[in-house]
Ligand binder design. Structure first.
Ligand SMILES: [Zn+2]
Ligand SMILES: [Zn+2]
Length: 170
């Protein structure tokens, strides 16, 4: 009944655990706890590879499209900052989430919905980098517009990342 198992990666370590996918004996420090039981590092790696579908050109594409799309949106926000009263805020609150959603969709479209954790990070980074011209314009014509740019970084970046990664934030 109680057959002694040894970790397949640490032959000197006794264990009671087995990988729930391949049945390999695994020690406590090798076992990865998942909702469907313990998993060995090899099976875990295979599953992660399956999840990554992006090809090399998806990475620069995702970055470029989000950066390019971010430029007009952030410039618009700087000019919104010249509006007095609540109108500017109102428009900013409407514009930021929908613009972010649009940027995420554009990234999804150019990468044909392929996935990779770094793809989502680069898309978020592109969203940030695309605001650079707007920061300069804001410095030059309207420093108040920087508040809108900060709002944009704060809300649009996680929305872009979340939409691509499949976490709905808005
Ligand atoms: Zn396994
Ligand atoms: Zn081990």
């Amino acid at each position: 009944m109680s057959e002694t198992l040894f970790c397949y990666r640490h032959p000197q370590r006794e264990t009671m655990l087995r990988c729930s996918r391949c049945g390999n004996p695994i020690c406590a420090s090798c076992a990865i706890h998942t909702p469907t039981g313990y998993r060995c590092p090899d099976c875990q790696q295979k599953l992660e590879k399956k999840f990554i579908t992006a090809t090399w050109h998806d990475y620069p594409l995702a970055f470029l499209i989000t950066a390019l799309a971010s430029v007009p949106v952030s410039l618009l926000l700087v000019f919104l900052g010249t509006l007095t009263g609540f109108l500017g805020w109102f428009i900013a609150i409407l514009v930021i989430p929908s613009a972010a959603a649009g940027i995420a969709e554009a990234a999804r479209w150019v990468t044909r919905k392929r996935r990779a954790p770094w793809l989502f990070r680069l898309a978020a980074a592109g969203t940030v980098v695309g605001t650079l011209p707007a920061w300069l314009v804001a410095l030059w014509i309207n420093p108040f517009g920087m508040i809108y740019l900060l709002l944009y970084l704060l809300f649009a970046t996680p929305i872009v990342y979340g939409r691509l990664a499949g976490i709905r934030l808005n």
